[in-house]
Design a protein around this ligand. Structure first.
Ligand SMILES: Cc1cc2nc3c(=O)[nH]c(=O)nc-3n(C[C@H](O)[C@H](O)[C@H](O)COP(=O)(O)O)c2cc1C
Length: 286
């Protein structure tokens, strides 16, 4: 199998809520996903480590998920759920977002359907199934399975309500140093594509809270936008920014750009704005 580029994979990923109950995921595909999870250290840029378990839903129960897993009919027919847990520490959610999205993209590359779920599942059932420890949380799970031929009505409805395909325009998301809209024409191909891949990232309720300032040295400063300066950062938004960091880094690496993540003291003071600084991609210039 030729490996698809990360750009194709990111373009192909979409939240999938209905699965084909007539087929099972082939063993070799499942093994490849498991090997990927085992070989990937599952440590995020802030140093937190996550663990994952693939839970198989017995055949006769695939359609019985509503009560057990509490997906309230949103997810139909999935063969597996992949659940992740991480210790409650600083930056754990950002790290979880980053790590879990790597796995979601690997599953997408293997033509499996996935859907980030941080809200619509029953944490107590999953906690029991993965033997959750006291210091751990389950930030999110995803169904894993063969996508059904077409989306069911409920899946289509959810997508319509949250405008799943829609993304905010580039000018609202990406900026020059002091929050001036970034002009696409002024930046190199790797940055342009990496930012475009952030735009395509999934986010809770498709809120797209990521804001990025690209400075003249090619460093990218990642911020979370909240409703107001005083509103606290919701746990979904921490996952969302980790996902954005994953898309950005994988695209940069595809363009053979090396770099690393650092939490700097932000140089610019945005006190009057509802932007919360998270971290910076520091590009190694060759
Ligand atoms: C952190 C996070 C949490 C999410 N939680 C849920 C959820 O609980 N239930 C659900 O149906 N979709 C959930 N989603 C999926 C989003 O609604 C979806 O990613 C977004 O609408 C964009 O659509 P797309 O993934 O097809 O591009 C979640 C996504 C993210 C990133």
């Amino acid at each position: 199998m030729t490996k698809d580029s990360i750009i194709d994979v990111i373009n192909r990923r979409t939240s999938w809520r209905s699965y084909d109950t007539d087929y099972s995921v082939p063993h070799e595909i499942l093994d490849e996903l498991k090997e990927y999870i085992a070989s990937f250290e599952t440590v995020g840029p802030f140093g937190n480590k996550a663990r994952f378990e693939l839970l198989r839903i017995p055949d006769g129960e695939r359609n019985r998920l509503n009560s057990e897993y509490g997906t309230y009919g949103f997810i139909k027919g999935a063969e597996y759920f992949l659940a992740g847990a991480i210790s409650k520490k600083k930056w754990a959610l950002e790290d979880f977002g980053y790590i879990f999205e790597h796995i979601i993209l690997k599953a997408t590359e293997l033509n499996l359907g996935t859907c980030w779920m941080a809200g619509t599942f029953k944490r107590s059932t999953i906690a029991r199934d993965i033997n959750l420890q006291q210091d751990e949380i389950i930030p999110a799970i995803t169904p894993i399975g063969i996508p059904a031929e077409s989306r069911r009505v409920v899946g289509k409805l959810i997508r319509f309500v949250i405008r799943a395909k829609k993304r905010k325009p580039w000018e609202e998301l990406f900026f020059n140093e002091p929050f001036l809209p970034l002009k696409k024409e002024m930046i190199d191909e790797s940055s342009q594509t990496a930012l475009e891949m952030v735009r395509l990232a999934p986010s809770a309720k498709n809120k797209q809270p990521w804001r990025i300032v690209l400075d003249s040295k090619g460093n990218a400063h990642f911020y979370i936008q909240t409703e107001s300066r005083d509103s606290h950062i919701h746990f979904y938004q921490r996952l969302d920014i980790g996902i954005a960091m994953c898309h950005f880094e994988l695209t940069k690496r595809y363009f053979k750009k090396d770099g690393n993540w650092k939490a700097l003291v932000p140089e610019v003071d945005f006190k009057s704005q509802p932007y919360h600084y998270v971290a910076t991609w520091i590009e190694k210039n060759d």
